[in-house]
Design a protein around this ligand. Structure first.
Ligand code: NAD
Ligand code: NAG
Ligand code: NAG
Ligand code: NAG
Ligand code: NAG
Length: 335
């Protein structure tokens, strides 16, 4: 059997805590397949290079057969050279007393630089997943800064929110999380996101029923369920004094593996994608989280799901937030 050529995968923010949970899963084949050799490129900022060296040592010490090479760097021209997949985790964190606008401005600068580097150095078929917050808008800026790469190749992470929603419903029904499918996260990866279970199904004792019939508690589904998922990130920070890392890394793996190998027949997942041509009346020039199916490394929005008034209002509210953020970010981009 011919041996597969290694693929090149870059992770930015590679010295950070999400990357620490993520790199092992990628390097052992959970994302790109158990027979796909990998060259891992670890990009971070100059002060973190000594930490990256430690991460490189640990990856070497894992003695993983698929991992052909690990390249630590602080240079985008090295980091994005000929890459097949980019997982952009690093971003500017909010610091004490920092204005929201200043934070956005700093992130626009980072994702403009990285988008331009993708445009110049990456393969045109590269798949780009943006994780660093504000993930939706950072993704939009990166995509706009990389005009030679199709917009469809950019997506942002809302899979963690999606997984949280599946798990909440599963726990409520007393089933394992794989028995819940087709929940939807609409919109921004923030507390205005709308976790929607109107189209979700739960496999209870061998037969599939709607989530509303399985849970049998509409008030919970329209109340605490939604707010628990929306505020879960903050709850984890409060408890751990650090933001979600293990679960974020798992969600990144789920997201990228689905891009690579496709979603299951009859199932959809959530990810933030370019909204052009959607059938839900969401403003077009946004990265917005939709229900998505993926086949042959190409995604499509699941169109035509009926939307009731309750859902409509929530989908519009999270879109409005993204429009405002985009407009501010576009001002910074053109400066
Ligand atoms: N979309 C989601 O679901 C989701 C979930 C959890 C966390 N996040 C976001 O992911 C990001 C990373 O989280 P973390 O816990 O790993 O943070 P962290 O602070 O532990 O690590 C971030 C790393 O990024 C690096 N970095 C900063 N600017 C960079 C740049 N320009 N180029 C390369 N590297 C750079 C930092 O030096 C640091 O090593 C945060 O923005 C966080 O808000 C998103
Ligand atoms: C959108 O979500 C991101 C990620 O949580 C957040 O940082 C940003 O502030 C949100 N946008 C707005 C305009 O609230
Ligand atoms: C439901 O789960 C059972 C296993 O518990 C499986 O045999 C069955 O095929 C599933 N049904 C559907 C419709 O997915
Ligand atoms: C899969 O996508 C590639 C590239 O977009 C295309 O060349 C190929 O024909 C597609 N295969 C199928 C089975 O659709
Ligand atoms: C995920 C995705 O949409 N991938 C596309 C990226 O761009 C290439 C063309 O350069 C398409 O073939 C892929 O389908």
């Amino acid at each position: 059997m011919p041996r597969a050529e290694p693929i090149r995968v870059v992770v930015t923010g590679a010295a950070g805590q999400i990357a620490y949970s993520l790199l092992f899963s990628i390097a052992k084949g959970d994302v790109f397949g158990k027979d796909q050799p990998i060259i891992l490129i670890l990009l971070d900022i100059p002060p973190m290079l000594p930490v990256l060296d430690g991460v490189v040592m640990e990856l070497q010490d894992c003695a993983l057969p698929l991992l052909r090479e690990v390249i630590p760097t602080d240079k985008v021209e090295v980091g994005f050279k000929d890459i097949d997949a980019a997982i952009l985790v690093g971003s500017m964190p909010r610091k004490e007393g920092m204005e929201r606008k200043d934070l956005l401005k700093a992130n626009v600068a980072i994702f403009k630089t990285q988008g331009q580097a993708l445009d110049k150095y990456a393969k045109k078929t590269v798949k780009v997943l943006v994780v660093g917050n504000p993930a939706n808008t950072n993704c939009l800026i990166a995509s706009k800064s990389a005009p030679s790469i199709p917009k469809e190749n950019f997506s942002c992470l809302t899979r963690l929110d999606h997984n949280r929603a599946c798990s909440q419903v599963a726990m409520r029904c007393g089933v394992s999380s794989d028995k819940v499918k087709n929940v939807i996260i609409w919109g921004n990866h923030s507390s205005t996101q709308y976790p929607d279970v109107h189209h979700a199904k739960v496999n209870v004792s061998g037969s599939e029923v709607s989530a509303y019939d399985a849970v049998k508690n509409d008030a919970w589904l329209r109340g605490d369920f939604i707010s628990t998922v929306q505020l879960r990130g903050a709850a984890v920070i409060k408890a751990r004094k650090l933001s979600s890392a293990m679960s974020a890394a798992k969600a990144i793996c789920d997201h990228m593996r689905d891009i690579w190998f496709g979603t299951k027949e009859g199932e959809f997942i959530s990810m933030g994608v370019y909204a052009a041509g959607n059938s839900y009346g969401i403003p077009e020039d946004l990265i917005y989280s939709f229900p998505i199916q993926i086949k042959n490394k190409t995604w499509k929005v699941v169109d035509g799901l009926p939307i009731n008034d309750f859902s409509r209002a929530k989908m519009d509210a999270t879109a409005a937030e993204l429009v405002e953020e985009r407009d501010t970010a576009m001002d910074f981009l053109s400066q």
